[in-house]
Structures are given as C-alpha cells and as structure tokens.
Design a binder for this molecule. Structure first.
Ligand SMILES: Nc1ncnc2c1ncn2[C@@H]1O[C@H](COP(=O)(O)OP(=O)(O)OP(=O)(O)O)[C@@H](O)[C@H]1O
Ligand SMILES: [Mg+2]
Length: 422
C-alpha cells in the first residue's frame, strides 16, 4: 500500500532514527517512519546513511512478521511503504531489555574477569532505564519494581516485569534459532515493550533491526554484520559508511529467508473414515503450530499393501514427516508403519469409554524392534509431532516456544485476576 493512502495525523514523537505519526482515521494506529540516519553513543556519533531507512524497514518488517506468525504479541500490523510500517500505538515502557547468549562488549567492562565468549545458558538478561541524559543506566529487577512506573494506566509490577522478562528470552531464542538456520550466531539483542491503551496488553514494540543486536556469521566475531562495525570506526569515512550499509543490506536480504515456509509435515493415517472427527482435531492443532498436515484413510489390517504403498510415496518425497496413526480397537496401523518407516510414528488411538483402557495396550505393548510413541489426546499428538519436526525447522520451533510462552502468560494473568477479584 502506498503511503499516500494512509492519512497521517500529527507527529506523536520524533527520535534519532524514526518519526512516529498518528494514523488520521484510526486512533489505535501509528505509522513508524525510519530515517536515513545512523547514530551511536546516545547520538554522540550521527551520520546520514542514504538507503538505511528502507534497509531497516525491510529487516524490522521481516522480523516482526516472523514473530507475529509464531504467536508473539507485537505492535506490528503491516508494512506501509519502503521506509515505514503501521503499528499499534503504544505507551512505551521506558526500559530496554537486553538478552545475551555470549559475553562481549559492555558486559565485559561491567563484569571484569569474565572472558569474552562466555556462554550464558539460559540467556543473560539485563535491563536499562531509558534516560539519554544519564546514558541509560542499568537497573536491577528490584530497581525496575521500585520505580513504580505507570504506563498507559498499567502499573509495571512483578507480573508485568516477569511477562516482559520471559517474552524477551523467548523472542531472543526464536531469533537465535532462526539465524542459526542461516549459520549466523545471534550474540545479544535489545528490545522495548509498550502498552496498548485499548486493552492494557503489554506488546513487543519499537523496531528490531541491525541496530538491535550483534550478529556474527559462523559465530566469528571478525565477520560481524551489525552496528558494532559503525560504533568501532576510528574515523567515519564514506568508504567505511558504505561498508556498514553493505552489512545492513546483507542482513536485510537474509532475514527475508527466515519468513515461515516449513519444509516438514505430519501425515495422519486413520484405519477407518469413522475416525475423521478425531483426526480433524489433530489437523487443527497441527495447523495452529504451523505444521502442514494431511489426512489419509488406510487400514493396515484390511489394506496392508495400500498402506505400504502410501508410506513409500511419502518417504520418496523426502520432506521430513511424522506419521500419526489413528486406529480404534486393535491398533495394527501404528506398529506396522513404525516397523517399516524410518520416520517417527505417534499412535493416537480414539479411545472409547468402555474398552479404551484395554485397547490402548495394542499401541503400547509392541513387538521387539519397534519404537512408536503413544499419546491419548489429539492436541498432544500434534504437539509431539511439532516438537520432533522443530528439531530441524526454526519456524515450527518458534511456534512451539511461543505457544509455551502464551500458556505461561495466560496462567500469570489468571492468577493476577484471581488475586484482584478477592
Ligand atoms: N508502537 C509505538 N507507539 C508509539 N511510540 C513508539 C512505538 N514504537 C516505538 N515508539 C517510540 O518511537 C520513538 C522514536 O524512535 P527512535 O528509535 O527514533 O527514538 P530514539 O531517538 O532512538 O530514542 P529512544 O532512546 O527513545 O529509542 C521512541 O521513543 C520509541 O519508544
Ligand atoms: Mg530508539
């Protein structure tokens, strides 16, 4: 959509690298327009870099699409034009959330004795209060809590800090995993959150681009592709700025390759079409996790040759596949598939109330040499398949991780509500 089609209202805020406009006909939306400007050291170093706005918007757009599609709550709505995107208007929480996998940079100065390259597992978290005049001082969890910041009507207390903390780590892990699929190491990352005034929800906001992280191709610091290259320049020549820009372009091109297109699938075999409703539930859960799912009817007891033929077809295609076997009463299907396929098989028998506790043993008491798993619920079959496929697919990995995060946030919010209701 061309920018002219979005009627702009007043400027809400202008910073060093972007301008935020109110969208005229929707009070919930803003347009975030990037500038061709690169800055470092709280603006002490600042240069015009032609083309940077478009490169930065390419990067941010792709990253937020990736995160939105995984299920992370963000302010990103859609790309608008070369240098801008539309997002939900937020009241910004003035805390920078930093996550580190590898110790480097300012962490080493603040923690003398720690060697560069030290790996944090789980990732290390740090928080900084956004205050340019005082050079964004580091704040502990307790300082963030003691500040009693109220943003958009929401008091930033323990629950809110915990939600941002866990979301930050999840976002880092998803991006780390995604970059790893292109043999790049995400070393550290900085993000910000805002409160959506309409709902009071905390969402990931601002931008995530080459200014937000350290990115080392093949884990090699000498190959770094992020803004650190600009920070470390002794003298800022045009040639040096061109190198910085080429690095940012390199990132923006690659980041598009991270956008969801899973090369993986689940195939549900059912012994009888009467199991269709059970299988539909598996397919729905698979789709929610971004796992393409096909349903096939084939009985290993009554149509053995056909079952083997279908299996051979799938194996011949070479797409990483998990088979899910759905057979009531005596489950020959799953064990027969498992004994003849190298890919994993999950049994998910539809259990009847009367005979379920007997029938399940036909999935579990296997002949020697077989290793198929058994789960009882359609959602569990889909999740188990997704977790297996996630070993090799960063998109599915991100979906599983974000689902776990959202379940955790849901519990946290329910607990908060029950405390407030009493
Ligand atoms: N969805 C949003 N709604 C409203 N404001 C936003 C949103 N996302 C980001 N902002 C704010 O836009 C402002 C301008 O961004 P910019 O990055 O240029 O600022 P800056 O000069 O780097 O200052 P800062 O240190 O606050 O980041 C920032 O204050 C940022 O918090
Ligand atoms: Mg900023």
């Amino acid at each position: 959509m061309a920018e002219t089609e979005v009627k702009l209202g007043p400027v809400i805020i202008e910073g060093k690298t972007k301008v935020v406009y109110q969208v005229a006909d929707d009070p919930e939306l803003v347009l975030l327009k990037s500038k061709d400007r690169i800055t470092a050291g709280d603006g002490d170093r600042s240069h015009e870099l032609k083309g940077k706005a478009a490169i930065s918007t390419d990067t941010t757009t792709a990253i937020f699409q990736l995160l939105n599609s995984a299920g992370i709550k963000t302010h990103f709505v859609r790309r608008c034009d070369d240098t801008s995107f539309i997002g939900y208007k937020c009241d910004m929480i003035p805390i920078e959330w930093v996550t580190r996998r590898v110790a480097t940079g300012s962490f080493l100065k603040r923690n003398p004795g720690v060697k560069e390259g030290y790996r944090f597992c789980p990732p290390k978290q740090e928080t900084f209060f956004k205050d340019d005049a005082n050079h964004d001082p580091q704040w502990s969890y307790e300082q963030c809590l003691a500040a009693n910041i109220t943003v958009g009507g929401v008091l930033i207390g323990r629950d809110e800090l915990d939600i941002m903390s866990r979301t930050t780590v999840t976002v880092f892990e998803i991006l780390e995993r995604s970059w790893a699929s292109l043999d790049c190491s995400l070393i550290d990352m900085k993000i910000e959150f805002g409160v959506k005034p309409s709902t009071g929800e905390i969402v990931l906001a601002d931008v995530i681009d080459s200014d937000s992280w350290r990115l080392w191709p093949s884990g090699d610091k000498r190959l770094m592709k992020d803004k650190q290259v600009y920070r470390e320049l002794r003298e800022v020549t045009q040639e040096a700025l061109d190198t910085v820009k080429r690095n940012f372009e390199w990132v923006a091109e690659r980041v598009k390759l991270l956008i969801p297109k899973p090369n993986a699938r689940a195939v549900v075999f059912m012994g009888s079409a009467s199991d269709m409703p059970h299988c539909e539930k598996i397919r729905t859960s698979c789709q929610q996790l971004g796992v393409p799912c096909e349903l096939r009817v084939s009985s290993a007891h009554k149509g053995t040759e056909e079952t083997m033929k279908i299996l051979a077809e799938y194996e011949g295609e070479g797409i990483p596949t998990v088979f899910i076997a759905v057979a009531g009463r005596s489950n020959g299907l799953g064990p027969v598939l498992s004994g003849n396929a190298t890919w994993p098989v999950i049994n998910c028998p539809p259990l009847s109330g009367d005979w379920g506790s007997h029938d399940i043993w036909s999935s579990m008491r296997l002949p020697s040499g077989l290793g198929c798993a058994t789960v009882m619920f359609p959602e569990a079959a889909a999740l188990c398949a997704a977790q297996i496929l996630a070993l090799n697919d960063h998109v599915i990995w991100g979906n599983v991780r974000a689902k776990q995060l959202n379940t955790w946030i849901g519990l946290k919010e329910a607990d908060k509500k029950s405390r407030n209701d009493k």
